[in-house]
Design a binder for this molecule. Structure first.
Ligand code: MRU
Length: 342
């Protein structure tokens, strides 16, 4: 999608240097910066430190990073790098599917060029899936007013290009429609306020950031036509792990009769995971709750403490929404209606 009118992907293979290039998401929306590295450890750190985040982007980054690891040393690819990448983040299953795909390719003893091609094919397949899901979501949203509420960033930054939840919105906008988006700020890391609102602005889509606590109230007032979110892992029974706060949105949506869709490619599905209870939930650092960073009035970056010194926090990064609370799950193959109970 576009940044100041130029097309970008969140992560890509950088031909000139033979390395991986990614958008440094922690600096957004205040600074747009791309990073290039030819070192597999830097690429692993980019996932761990959330320079790159969002389930499909994490998977694609790992695929590219593992191609670099293969180029560096074929033995340590198996003895070190696969487990190094698998340990970078626990919840988004796309990471594990990407590592498995690269491992399977490596087991046939390919050339480095073939491993790079495999990583490229993995990333391209995510983008095609997003496009297809966007077309379907645009059709589902094509009736009535389109005041759509989204949570976290399930946009192109999170999903290489187009986004998962946002793809339908971008398709509508490109067709000349005028979707409107309520963007949950998404505490604690504010992916909604910092990333989704920025993305939508860049594409000329009208939106408002709101406090997470405002979502239920907007539904109660009849100001939300649909909720569209992404996912980090979908269990075999259709339970969905996504950014913390998604579960409470689903409760409010049920109460107020607002349709709620999850949009996620098949690389976010984990058929080996029977139910949502089996999904590992990442517990993150207290500082994400107790501290905040941003620009002061002079435009300088500052990191400040919000909570009293010594106060501890509880910071689960994801929650699980039972399938029964959802209207539908869309992947690149269609609307997953077999599991719709709402
Ligand atoms: O912790 P993050 O920022 O990686 O969490 C991202 C999310 O929860 C997204 O909603 C999810 O990955 C869907 S991405 C298209």
């Amino acid at each position: 999608m576009r940044v100041n009118g130029t097309q970008y992907r969140a992560v890509n293979w950088h031909l000139e240097s033979g390395g991986v290039q990614w958008i440094e998401q922690r600096m957004l929306p205040h600074e747009f910066k791309q990073v290039v590295s030819c070192t597999p450890e830097d690429v692993a750190i980019s996932i761990e430190s959330m320079q790159v985040r969002g389930a499909p982007s994490i998977g694609a980054t790992a695929a590219y990073g593992l191609a670099l690891a293969w180029q560096e040393d074929r033995e340590t690819f198996f003895s070190h790098w696969l487990s190094r990448y698998r340990s970078t983040r626990p919840t988004a299953v796309n990471l594990f599917h990407a590592c498995n795909a690269m491992q399977e390719c490596a087991e046939s003893n390919p050339t480095t060029a073939q491993m790079i091609d495999r990583a490229q094919a993995y990333a391209d397949a995510e983008v095609s899936a997003n496009q297809r899901m966007g077309e379907m979501m645009a059709e589902l949203l094509a009736v009535g007013e389109r005041r759509i509420l989204t949570h976290c960033n399930a946009g192109w930054l999170a999903a290489v290009d187009w986004g998962t939840a946002t793809s339908g919105i971008y398709h509508l906008a490109q067709a000349g429609e005028k979707p409107f988006v309520w963007v949950d700020e998404t505490r604690p890391r504010l992916q909604g306020a910092r990333l989704t609102a920025w993305e939508l602005n860049q594409e000329g889509v009208d939106c408002r950031i709101q406090a997470d606590g405002a979502a239920a109230w907007m539904m109660a007032q009849g100001k939300v036509d649909a909720i569209v979110v992404g996912a980090d892992r979908i269990a075999a029974n259709g339970d969905v792990a996504n950014k913390i706060g998604t579960y409470s949105l689903s409760l409010a949506a049920r109460e107020h009769g607002v349709p709620m869709y999850v949009v996620a490619p098949s690389t976010t599905f984990d058929t080996a995971c029977p139910t949502g209870k089996d999904i590992p939930i990442e517990q993150r650092d207290d500082n994400e709750i107790c501290r905040m960073d941003g620009l002061n009035r002079e435009g300088e970056t500052h990191d400040i403490r919000i909570a009293a010194a010594g106060v501890e926090a509880n910071n689960p990064a994801f929650d699980v929404t039972p399938n029964a609370n959802l209207t539908g799950i869309v992947n690149e193959h269609g609307l997953w209606s077999a599991l719709i109970n709402a």
